[in-house]
Design a protein around this ligand. Structure first.
Ligand SMILES: Cc1cc2nc3c(=O)[nH]c(=O)nc-3n(C[C@H](O)[C@H](O)[C@H](O)COP(=O)(O)OP(=O)(O)OC[C@H]3O[C@@H](n4cnc5c(N)ncnc54)[C@H](O)[C@@H]3O)c2cc1C
Length: 385
């Protein structure tokens, strides 16, 4: 693997960074306080491909590879956690599966709208009783009738449904068929019987809406199945493998943002007659953060590179997500420590970053699940099953 970004990748990174510095970062505090996205910025994102990172250009996307997605997502995470999470869900969890498995008609129907910068898409897997154990826990069912699929059930903790033209929804279409009994259905909010509940009141990422959905005899056409019937569970696992690379990149960005705040503050704040950055204990925190952010970024890059090479990247994606999310947690924690009382105040952005990063070790597979994934791969490599 080449650890230098190509000149094209560097140019794209610079363009996205400049955009994020101007359009997102100065407003991240206001997004958190108001709980509202800055749509003015999102409307401008198609010019940089940010609303369709890996969607083919024919549908208004940037047609980037995974490395390109990672480069952009790190910058979004650096600028604004809420916006970055909603964009990661939109790109990785909604546009991704439709680009990958959608029929030409489904792609034609949804992708141009999804990349327009006027909406954000959604993927609904989680339910009140099913998060890590989707195979065992998902209760939402779709029954085939002459009129189409009739869906009943509930989804919980879903990002973006209030902005979505389509919600990719995991349902059981055959209760007897185990993991082959799941399908993904393309459901439009506004369909009779679908209730999109008000956003949850959360600890962080307050600008990114997280909502419950109730399906009561919601009817969608037979051709609303994404790709093939019975493939929903495999599609989910593959989508999450890719999504984890995105959450890893987002977490590297969040960590970098908190790190920069901490270093700047340490150079200004004085204690015992000198800047606190001259005290060795502070230097250790700075050194550890610099090293860990770089290590996390390298793992995320490696996972992206492996995916782009067509290699089996599931273990590396889990490693990248686990490392980057745990690094973000530690770096944000220490950034507050370095700020002292000021870090505990809403006046300083590290307080928001600390709250925003907390989701990252939970969403798209908890740290415990990442460790299970990694261990399973390692044990298999050593001859186990
Ligand atoms: C802000 C936010 C946005 C979200 N966005 C979306 C979205 O867009 N779409 C979507 O579908 N979901 C979304 N989610 C849901 C998220 O993906 C789930 O919360 C996550 O997968 C964990 O599921 P759970 O909360 O049900 O926890 P559980 O599965 O109940 O886990 C609880 C605890 O038990 C541990 N645990 C579970 N099983 C094991 C095991 N086998 N071994 C060891 N430990 C285990 C977990 O690691 C965790 O610590 C979002 C959640 C939040 C908070």
């Amino acid at each position: 693997m080449d650890f230098e970004l190509t000149s094209e990748q560097q140019m794209y990174q610079r363009a996205v960074r400049d955009f994020c510095a101007a359009e997102l970062k100065p407003f991240a505090g206001a997004v958190d306080e108001s709980g509202e996205m800055r749509w003015e910025a999102i409307h401008k994102m198609p010019a940089l491909g940010l609303t369709g990172l890996q969607v083919p250009e024919a549908y208004g996307g940037a047609g980037l590879d995974t490395m390109g997605m990672v480069i952009a997502t790190e910058e979004l995470g650096w600028a604004c956690g809420s916006t970055a999470l909603s964009l990661a869900a939109h790109n990785g969890l909604c546009c991704g599966p439709i680009s990958r498995w959608g029929t030409p008609a489904q792609q034609e129907q949804y992708l141009p709208t999804l990349t327009s910068g006027r909406v954000l898409g959604s993927l609904a897997l989680t339910e009140p009783g099913a998060g890590s154990d989707l195979a065992g826990g998902v209760q939402t069912k779709a029954r085939r009738t002459a009129d189409g699929w009739v869906i009943n059930g509930q989804k919980a903790w879903i990002t973006n449904p209030r902005f979505a033209p389509v919600i990719v929804t995991l349902v059981r279409t055959d209760a007897e068929a185990g993991t082959r009994g799941f399908s993904m259905l393309l459901v439009e909010p506004g369909t009779t019987g679908l209730t999109v509940h008000p956003p949850e009141k959360k600890m962080g990422l307050k600008g990114s809406p997280t909502q419950m959905l109730t399906f009561e005899d919601v009817v969608v056409p037979h051709d609303a199945v994404l790709g093939e019937e019975g493939r929903g569970f495999q599609q989910t696992m593959q989508t999450l493998d890719g999504g984890r690379i995105g959450i890893g990149a987002l977490s590297v960005g969040l960590a970098r943002a908190a790190f920069e705040e901490a270093v700047r503050y340490a150079q200004q704040r004085r204690a015992f007659g000198k800047p606190i950055s001259d005290h060795q204990a502070i230097q250790w925190m700075i050194a550890d953060a610099a090293m860990e952010i770089e290590a996390a970024r390298m793992l995320v890059y490696r996972a992206a590179w492996m995916k782009d090479q067509g290699q089996d990247y599931a273990k590396m994606a889990a490693m990248g997500k686990l490392k980057a999310t745990e690094v973000a947690e530690k770096v944000c924690h220490n950034a507050i420590q370095i700020h002292g009382s000021y870090g505990y105040s809403r006046e300083y952005p590290v307080e928001r970053m600390y709250r925003d990063q907390r989701l990252m070790t939970i969403g798209e597979g908890t740290s415990e699940i990442q460790r299970l994934v990694i261990a399973r791969h390692v044990l298999r490599e050593f001859g186990g099953v």
